[in-house]
Design a protein around this ligand. Structure first.
Ligand code: ZN
Ligand code: ZN
Length: 349
């Protein structure tokens, strides 16, 4: 698992100047003509509106402490070309088309009115009651205040038994998020890093592919942190992000080989992430615990987890980059650090 053919190929492309389609003027002078440190080919796969600035090469420190060349990517709170929402149904009579999804027993299931009224039975807990018996109205966090209050560790009584959703429009639109990802993946010296409350990767339309949602903690507060049909939801601190990769939701690029599913993004360790199944619905049988495998033509790469698995990647096989804080250093806390992250951090401490 040294240098994958995919990356090797990207160096060849770059040597012939294809990487120059990016704004080379934004690249630090030290990189401008260094044939050993070009941007990887995948940086050309990003949708035009996916990033705030062109990808650039920077130095960074990975999770294993190694100092390497990284690609720096900056995302907005809203990805490009994404069907966003709806999330919570509003009434127990609402059908699936008016609502999003939830993860139940390993599947991404419709969060329709019927599901809401069945929560007590589904979870074997009579304390579940997200709706009014008289009107059928479902308790939904309608404001930013509500969405932030609902999932704090000290959930106000008022917001227990709520379907939680946050509107993108309520969030500071100027927020942006900068990530650094190694140019050349470095197999981790330690055992694979689990991507629990960490970003798994970045899709080519600029969506954060998030680590697992803290489903148990969310349920313990009798809340549902609704996903939309693409497996995404909004968090005031990180914007829109995905906890699942669902077919036909993301921009994708055909793999360089004919017998493989499309590539949809890059993992935080620099390996590519492919769609779970190819056009014939076939999922590779030799995937490891992280969801990856090595093929002669593509080298090591991942396939996204099943939509209801709550794990876009099981873990990272390589040393990971990170999200940068305002000080240019890696953020210490988990990136899903808002509504759900606080709850999560509380649970984990
Ligand atoms: Zn989330
Ligand atoms: Zn594969």
């Amino acid at each position: 698992m040294s240098l994958s053919p995919l990356l090797l190929r990207s160096f060849v492309y770059a040597a012939f100047g294809l990487a120059g389609t990016f704004n080379i003027l934004n690249t630090p002078a030290a990189w401008a003509h260094d044939p050993n440190s070009p941007l990887p080919t995948y940086t050309e796969y990003f949708r035009p509106d996916a990033l705030t600035t062109d990808p650039k090469l920077v130095h960074c420190t990975l999770s294993d402490g190694s100092n390497v060349d990284c690609v720096q990517l900056t995302l907005k709170i809203e990805p490009a070309d994404m069907r966003i929402g709806p999330w919570c149904p509003r009434n127990t009579s609402d059908t699936a088309d008016r609502a999003g999804k939830w993860i139940y027993e390993g599947d991404l299931v419709d969060l329709d009115g019927e599901f809401i009224t069945s929560l007590d039975k589904l979870y074997g807990d009579s304390d579940w009651k997200l709706y009014s018996e008289e009107t059928g109205d479902i308790h939904v966090t309608e404001t930013l205040e509500g969405c932030m209050a609902a999932a704090r560790p000290d959930v106000d009584e008022t917001y227990q038994n709520y379907c939680v959703e946050c509107a993108l429009a309520d969030i500071d639109q100027s927020l942006e998020f900068t990530f650094v990802i190694p140019v050349k993946p470095i197999p981790s010296k330690k055992s694979p890093t689990h991507s629990d409350h960490d970003v798994a990767g970045i899709s080519f339309n600029g969506t954060r592919l998030e680590g697992p949602a803290p489903v148990d903690a969310i349920l313990a507060a009798h809340t549902i942190a609704a996903f939309d049909d693409c497996g995404g939801h909004v968090n005031p601190h990180v914007g829109y992000h995905l906890h699942a990769v669902v077919d036909d939701c993301l921009a994708s690029m055909p793999a360089d080989v004919t017998d493989h599913s499309d590539v949809i993004g890059v993992a935080m360790d620099g390996y590519m992430i492919h769609a779970r199944a190819d056009d014939e619905g076939m999922v590779p049988e030799d995937l490891d615990m992280c969801g990856g495998h090595e093929t002669p033509s593509l080298g090591y790469h991942y396939h996204a987890g099943a939509p209801g698995s709550n794990a876009i990647l099981g873990c990272h096989m390589g040393a990971t980059g990170c999200q940068l804080g305002e000080d240019g250093q890696c953020l210490k806390e988990g990136p899903d650090g808002g509504v759900l992250g606080r709850l999560m951090n509380y649970i984990h401490h």
